[in-house]
Design a binder for this molecule. Structure first.
Ligand code: NDP
Length: 296
């Protein structure tokens, strides 16, 4: 049985970790807010560790799922950090949607200690995590991926080797930048149509039978915007971070990218306006406010 440590029981981390609980693996969890780890352990039969170090010491493979690479780097170091508990031959699979430059830095620091690293961000949302149907975008050596594949397969149905360390994080950021652009531009278009007297429901039906369709038009707007439900599954703050990473990747590669840079600026503004807890789809409310029209 795999001995796995999972750190970060947030909106998506919790349902991912559930699939690793006994009897599938000997699972130890750690979460910054201790009560969440204790509840998870009581519900699933996993063990709760007091520190990242303690979690790592009980495992052979460590999985992190934190907001950004910054928090991953934070929990790596220090007396109670992951590195203090990890041993040569172990693997860290980082399922955070992080940034490629940090991943390369983390991989180099771990390599010095004889520990392998893959970036392994996921897509498919909370519902995909609950159904163990995530896509996992892996950056790193192919042989390291094979060592962690059984762990990633617990929550991922589509595990894709994207390239060297950082490639998974780069691809994930571009995917989420596409989500951000589709969401924002559809909100502008539907606000304009609403003001022009066209029903947004009818507009979505036509778009979804035409070439402008996207996940935003097929799923997010019908289920979350027209209904005004706006459930909180993926924080706007995290999408802002992802679009910023994609804009940075384009800049680093010297790709002219006015669209990505503008998207990064718009999502930074929406995040500042709506705060830390707003869902990503609530960015539509900023477009509505600017337009003076509700898409309902
Ligand atoms: P949440 O904000 O719901 O959870 C964040 C987790 O990180 C919590 O466990 C939180 O602990 C912990 N955390 C926050 N700050 C720190 C810190 N300084 N030190 C240690 N732990 C910290 O995020 P999600 O679960 O939604 O997202 C996690 C990652 O997965 C992100 O990179 C996100 O972009 C990505 N992702 C999310 C998806 C989604 O649908 N939600 C979809 C695909 C990818 P605490 O409980 O104490 O707050």
């Amino acid at each position: 049985m795999n001995r796995v440590a999972f750190l970060g029981l947030g909106a998506i981390g919790r349902p991912m970790a559930r699939h690793l609980a006994p009897p599938r693996s000997a699972l130890t969890v750690w979460n910054r807010t201790v009560a969440k780890a204790a509840t998870f352990a009581a519900e699933t039969g996993a063990s709760a560790a007091a520190t990242p170090r303690e979690a790592a010491a009980a495992a052979d493979i460590v999985v992190t799922c934190l907001p950004s690479s910054r928090e991953v780097e934070e929990i790596l170091g220090g007396r109670d950090g992951l590195l203090a508990g990890m041993r040569r031959g172990m693997v860290l699979a980082d399922c955070t949607s992080g940034d490629p430059a940090s991943s390369k830095r983390i991989a180099a620091a771990l390599a010095d200690a004889g520990i392998a690293f893959v970036d392994a961000p996921v897509s498919g949302g909370v519902s995909g995590a609950e159904r163990a149907a995530l896509t996992v975008m892996v950056g790193g050596d192919a042989d390291v991926l094979e060592r962690v594949r059984p762990v990633l397969a617990a929550f991922g149905s589509n595990i894709v080797h994207c390239g060297p360390v950082g490639a998974g994080h780069a691809l994930k950021s571009v995917n989420n930048a596409m989500l951000a652009v589709h969401l924002w531009s559809l909100a502008e278009g539907l606000a304009a149509l609403t003001k022009a007297g066209v029903s947004p429901r009818l507009a979505l039906e036509v778009i979804n039978a035409s070439s402008g369709r996207s996940n935003a038009s097929q799923n997010l707007f019908p289920e979350r915007v027209l209904s005004r439900a706006f459930p909180r599954t993926f924080r706007l703050a995290l999408l802002d971070k992802d679009v910023g990473i994609a804009a940075g990747v384009a800049r680093d590669q010297k790709v002219a990218s006015p669209m990505l840079q503008l998207a990064a600026e718009l999502y930074r503004a929406a995040h500042a306006e709506l705060g830390e807890e707003a869902d990503h789809v609530e960015a539509v409310k900023v477009v509505e406010r600017w337009a003076g029209a509700e898409i309902a």
